[in-house]
Design a protein around this ligand. Structure first.
Ligand code: ASP
Length: 440
């Protein structure tokens, strides 16, 4: 019998999780059962992925850079990566703003619905938590983000999984290894090479558990969802975000097929396990090891490119998040602050949503925290902020799941483009134990 492809197994797990969640919603004590006895398995899976993310970035980047042989290539790669990242993010924001201004999902909302949402979510712990996190972020100076890239203690950086600091350190070590005579560099390069292989194997093993883990994650998402009535009221807004995210995926597929000449269907098939995990976990950081494994072993991007482009992307390139921020900001204005809907404000949103997506952490719901900063940048009245967030809070989780898929797909696309431009996109070689490794 032909082996079922990994993405099908994950999809089956997701569907079963959704069905199970709905059934448990109707059973007495079902919600408690899911959160006590099922959800922890999803959490274990996410923990395992996060566990290997840091050693993976360190090992693959150090190994990749030390393989480059030519320091000037690092500069070219870095520059191209950043330019394409900024370019795709701008496209995403413009798509978002165009849709929200055309469809105007916020203009028809009745006063009664607004009041209902306000009553229910204005003082919700989730909303106040986002506002608090946003104000902590805002208090930092303008160059703090730059300062934060340079670690003063690598063990703290590793311990706290500070992605950009780890990337900086890995680049630094990789460059120094390049500058050393080969004989001196060899032991460390071999060490990181071997560590990289071990972690990649860990990804394969952890992924064997993925179909069951997504079942747990999806069941938990369903039981955590309690207000379908408000969900229906926000359908236009949510529809705009999902439609925009769909267009972004289309945009990536065009880029892949025109620039790398690879089939878009093939690309989607190779990257789909990462996309499905992004959807189930709502975290690009947790998905990163799988994205790296798919891009390197199944798409054929060289380690030196993927090891740099993907971790940087997981942290700074969030096209789905910025598209969402553009739509959410304008939607909120359409509902409760129409006088703010000026052309200048929309231009400011383009710039701040770009910066906000760079500043958003790759974890669930981070996009909503940064949305507060986007709104503040256009002078949105502070007293209306809790109401603004309340308006979109009910549908944030499903939208977060969808935008994380776009964030991850965007990173994978850019890694392919950069690899192609440097002659580092090869025929993929699935390795033993992998899901599509030919069985003997
Ligand atoms: N959850 C998203 C991610 O990890 C960030 C966000 O938009 O909230 O990519």
């Amino acid at each position: 019998m032909k082996k079922l492809a990994l993405h099908w197994k994950i999809i089956i797990g997701m569907v079963l999780g959704i069905i199970f969640g709905f059934i448990m919603n109707t059973v007495d004590g079902g919600k408690g059962f899911v959160s006590d006895w099922i959800a922890p398995f999803g959490k274990i899976f996410i923990n395992l992925l996060k566990l290997i993310a840091v050693p993976l970035i360190l090992a693959s980047l150090i190994k990749g850079i030390s393989d480059l042989k030519d320091i000037s290539k690092i500069k070219t790669m870095g520059l191209r990566t950043i330019i394409i990242y900024v370019g795709t993010t701008l496209v995403a924001i413009v798509i978002g703003l165009t849709i929200v201004n055309t469809v105007q999902p916020g203009t028809g909302m009745s006063q009664e619905t607004i009041e209902k949402i306000k009553m229910k979510y204005e003082n919700d712990a989730g909303v106040t938590d986002k506002l608090m996190k946003a104000s902590a972020q805002k208090d930092a100076g303008p160059l703090q983000a730059l300062v934060d890239i340079f670690p003063s203690n690598i063990f703290t950086a590793l311990g706290e999984a500070k992605m950009l600091q780890i990337i900086f350190f890995a680049l630094f070590v990789g460059i120094c290894l390049l500058l050393l005579p080969e004989k001196k560099a060899k032991p460390l390069v071999s060490f990181f090479d071997s560590l990289n292989e071990v972690v990649m194997k860990m990804v394969d093993l952890i992924m064997l558990f993925a179909p069951y883990a997504v079942l747990a994650l999806m069941a938990n998402v369903i039981v955590a969802f309690d207000d379908t009535e408000i969900l229906v009221k926000l359908l236009w807004y949510a529809g705009c975000v999902v439609f925009g995210l769909g267009l972004m995926i289309g945009f990536y597929l065009i880029l892949v097929s025109t620039y790398t000449k690879k089939s878009p269907v093939w690309f989607l098939k190779q990257i789909s396990p990462a996309q499905l995990l992004a959807f189930s976990t709502s975290s690009s950081a947790a998905t990163l090891p799988v994205t790296m494994e798919r891009v390197e072993e199944h798409i054929g991007v060289d380690k030196e490119v993927s090891g740099f482009v993907l971790p940087v992307g997981a942290t700074v390139n969030m096209d789905g998040t910025s598209l969402y921020q553009g739509i959410a900001a304008v939607f909120i204005m359409q509902v409760i602050w129409p006088e703010g809907l000026t052309f200048t404000n929309q231009l400011v949103i383009i710039v701040t949503a770009l910066l906000a997506s760079i500043g958003s952490a790759a974890v669930p719901s981070a996009g909503m925290v940064m949305l507060v900063i986007v709104l503040e940048s256009i002078g949105f009245p502070a007293e209306l902020l809790p109401i603004g967030l309340a308006l979109i809070f009910a549908v944030d989780r499903p939208l977060d799941m969808c935008r994380t898929v776009v964030n991850v797909t965007g990173d994978a696309t850019v890694s392919m483009l950069v690899a192609k431009s440097l002659g580092k996109l090869h025929e993929p070689k699935p390795v033993e134990w992998d899901d599509d490794y030919p069985k003997k």
